[in-house]
Design a binder for this molecule. Structure first.
Ligand code: ATP
Ligand code: MG
Length: 358
């Protein structure tokens, strides 16, 4: 039987609600598709700190290394106590596994409050450089305060880092509408963004069937609102990607509809929704699980294709049918997307959709 070993890391706040939902949906889809998933439930975040004395307890990285991939819930590290054991796991995970490309799709669904009914684009955000550089490259947080009057923030762009994320975006474009838009600000960051754009064009030479264009980030922010239909795959640096993916989510119903998959060159991938841990709505059963479940669907699809497991690709297709079913009915979608249901109703709607159409 086809087999995958996946980690489940709930994270914080609404993570305790949406990650178990994602795990159950993926398990049901896998079973129905002839895929066996061995789930490893691993502590991370605030609960891990309280119960095990560290936000990344035991040999978390060593354990993750033995897995095929994992689901990471949102992390509310801003609220952690200021102790050395309360590290923010995000950058450590992304950097340790060289998950340099954060694939963040945006798509419209009818009747949920999308600004357009025909958006279908993917922003590929560089994950490990920019203003959040590797600690091995820039000491500390990458910010320095030489005097009380002034702070300097360092932005790192490397040829290799730019090339790698460009290649991931080009490969994705090849499997879609074959259009890549490079978003940058080389008019101001002549060296940094200049290098990023240069490496994108170099990488594109190996993808002659992909049409590549460039848009300056401020113009892009405007075009994304006015004519998002013209974009297919977009590649950009870390912080521009952070901001633009939230803007893109705003076009299609908000953060609950913004999934993400972190990938690198290896075979390991991490499902991670774009949104944060939403402490304002945690524990009330009203969080929208779409982004987390769709991220998990992307993980199965990606692993299935990378590892030649058609059962995982089939499980992903089953999840897609379930998600579309749930989102299209007001009683099986959450309030943020004009529904009358809660997290559990949406999970039930997805399960029903998978069973009915599977
Ligand atoms: P981060 O710094 O981790 O990105 P943030 O400060 O941007 O976090 P979020 O936690 O993403 O904040 O929440 C922003 C707003 O979006 C909050 O009002 C939250 O309730 C809402 N939100 C986020 N995720 C969801 C979700 N899955 N379902 C419903 N509402 C959500
Ligand atoms: Mg945010």
């Amino acid at each position: 039987m086809a087999h995958l070993t996946l980690g489940v890391l709930e994270g914080d706040d609404i993570g305790h609600e949406i990650v178990p939902a994602a795990q159950r949906v993926a398990e049901a889809a896998a079973r129905a598709s002839g895929l066996e998933i061995d789930w490893r439930f691993l502590p991370i975040g605030r609960r891990a700190l309280d119960e095990h004395g560290h936000t990344m307890p035991f040999d978390l990285l060593g354990t993750l290394e033995t897995l095929d991939g994992w689901i990471l819930g949102p992390i509310g590290h801003q609220a952690y106590p200021k102790v050395p054991e309360a590290v923010n796991p995000h950058p450590i995970l992304r950097k340790n596994f060289d998950l340099f490309a954060n694939i963040r799709p945006t798509r419209s669904f009818p009747d949920i409050g999308c600004l357009y009914d025909d958006v279908d684009l993917v922003i590929v955000r560089e994950n490990n450089e920019g203003f959040q550089p590797d600690r091995n490259v820039v000491a500390g947080s990458g910010e320095f305060r030489p005097s009380d009057e002034m702070t300097i923030s360092v932005r790192v762009i490397s040829r290799t880092g730019s090339r790698k994320v460009a290649e991931a975006a080009l490969a994705l474009a090849q499997s879609r509408r074959r259009k890549l838009t490079v978003v940058h600000k080389n008019t101001v960051f002549k060296l940094g963004c200049g290098m990023f754009v240069e490496e994108c064009h170099k990488a594109a030479q190996a993808f002659p069937d992909v049409e590549v264009d460039e848009v300056i980030v401020d113009t892009f922010a405007m075009k994304l609102v006015r004519e998002p239909q013209r974009f297919d795959v977009v590649v950009t640096t870390n912080m521009f990607g952070d901001i633009l993916t939230d803007e893109a989510a705003g076009l299609v119903g908000g953060l609950g509809m913004a999934p993400g998959l972190c990938v690198g060159r290896g075979n390991i991938a991490m499902a991670q929704a774009t949104h944060g841990s939403a402490p304002d709505i945690a524990g009330r059963g009203i969080a929208n699980p779409y982004a987390m479940i769709e991220s998990t669907r992307m993980l199965l699809d990606w692993l299935g294709r990378r590892r030649g497991l058609p059962q995982a690709v089939e499980a992903a297709a089953r999840m897609e049918r379930g998600l579309v079913h749930a989102v299209s009915r007001p009683d099986t979608r959450t309030g943020d997307i004009r529904g009358t249901g809660g997290t559990a109703d949406m999970e039930r709607g997805i399960m029903d959709g998978m069973a009915a159409e599977g």
